[in-house]
Design a protein around this ligand. Structure first.
Ligand SMILES: *Cc1c(COP(=O)(O)O)cnc(C)c1O
Length: 374
């Protein structure tokens, strides 16, 4: 007889729902026998990584028998030069997801609480629960607010108590695309007690347009030592498959995060690719231009269909389908287009569409046109 392992599991793990990733292209190919598939489901960069990153990877292929540099010295040097801050403030992660987990492990216990918003990135509840800590979920702004479904700073603040150790803020947020303005985020940082870690997850920072009032939170690191800013190479840098991200924080926080970090959490290919990608400013700019044009292309189509979308500062659009988002998702799958239902985020009528290349967006628009007509 097998043992009841469920009972043996740590309390936080017992009721954990696994993260639901975007459907991989290979899976759709297997299930539906389709060949021409467009995946706009995981906010990946349609241009892929910088060619310099690929060359850098090729240059280290002969060294795969060696462990990576556990301190990530060269990548940290490059990041520290780029961001203009000390290496002691950096923590590297196997994706920024890893960094979010390090933060939970370093600061949360079963006695503590993490605060975040409704519709916020799904990894916050996951890392909180896995530790056995309690999640306190703030109501988001209403769908009629100027920032519909966005984080509400007053609601977040109202949940901060003696038991709060971490506040998670995604800016801009995934899957909504919404953001806290400079004044909102600064006000929140001023109001949250200094003994509460405030994580500002800037996974889409590189996509934020200059005219959008979505702040670069690094500017507040000197003023608020309890601030941790996380970023990633998975989105604008096009390196999602390699898994590399980082946190920027006060050195004392970085020291703690580095204590709970696996010694070799970032692999050697990711380390060199990320450092090379940082140098290729023009590739990043090209990706932003593709995203700008794609946003217009998809928004124009939505306008013609009479569909509303949430404001987005990222490389994706959360569109209100006015009916079950999951049903439309399935209809699009049959037509070889993968997008993301967001019912698990409390948005049953929305679909999150990643902005792709012009051709990929055109495929989406054509398939959607077909679904909406049907
Ligand atoms: C994609 C994403 C991340 C994590 O990406 P990694 O690939 O783990 O670096 C973190 N936060 C948000 C809001 C995201 O959308």
């Amino acid at each position: 007889m097998t043992c009841d392992f469920h009972v043996l599991a740590a309390p936080g793990v017992r009721n954990l729902q696994p993260y639901q990733p975007g459907k991989p292209e290979s899976e759709l190919r297997r299930e539906y026998g389709l060949s021409d598939i467009v995946k706009l489901a995981s906010n990946e960069n349609p241009l892929g990584p910088s060619p310099r990153a690929v060359t850098a990877i090729q240059s280290v292929l002969g060294d795969l028998a060696r462990y990576p540099d556990g301190n990530g010295f060269e990548l940290k040097t490059a990041l520290s030069a780029k961001l203009g801050l000390s290496m002691a403030m950096l923590t590297l992660g196997n994706g920024s997801n890893d960094v979010l987990e390090l933060i939970a492990r370093a600061f949360l216990t079963a006695e503590h609480e993490a605060v975040f918003s409704e519709h916020a990135f799904a990894v916050y509840p996951l890392v909180t629960q896995a530790i056995g800590a309690t999640a306190r979920i703030a109501k988001a702004y209403s769908p009629n607010h100027a920032m519909p479904c966005g984080h509400d700073p007053a609601a977040l603040l109202a949940l901060v108590s003696e038991r709060t150790r971490v506040v998670f803020i995604a800016n801009p947020n995934n899957p909504t695309g919404t953001w806290l303005t400079t004044a909102e985020l600064q006000g929140l940082l001023e109001a949250i007690p200094p003994a509460v870690i405030v994580v500002v997850d800037e996974a889409y920072f590189e996509y934020v347009e200059p005219e959008t009032d979505c702040p670069n939170a690094l500017r507040w690191l000197d003023r608020f030592p309890n601030l941790v800013v996380t970023r990633t190479f998975s989105k604008a840098y096009g390196l999602a498959g390699l898994r590399v991200g980082y946190a920027v924080s006060h050195p004392a926080i970085a020291d703690l995060l580095n204590r709970v970090r696996q010694p070799f959490n970032v692999n050697s290919l990711a380390l060199v690719a990320a450092a090379a990608a940082l140098e290729d400013v023009s590739h990043l700019e090209q990706g932003r231009a593709v995203n700008r044009a794609g946003m217009r292309q998809v928004q124009d189509a939505c306008r013609q269909w009479g569909l509303n979308w949430l404001p987005s500062a990222g490389n994706f659009l959360c569109v209100d389908m006015g009916r079950s988002g999951r049903e439309v998702f399935v209809e699009l799958l049959k037509r070889g287009v993968i997008v993301r239902p967001v019912d698990n985020y409390g948005l049953p009528q929305h679909l999150r569409i990643s902005i792709g290349s012009a051709a990929e967006n055109a495929r989406l628009i054509e398939a959607m046109q077909d679904v909406l007509r049907g």
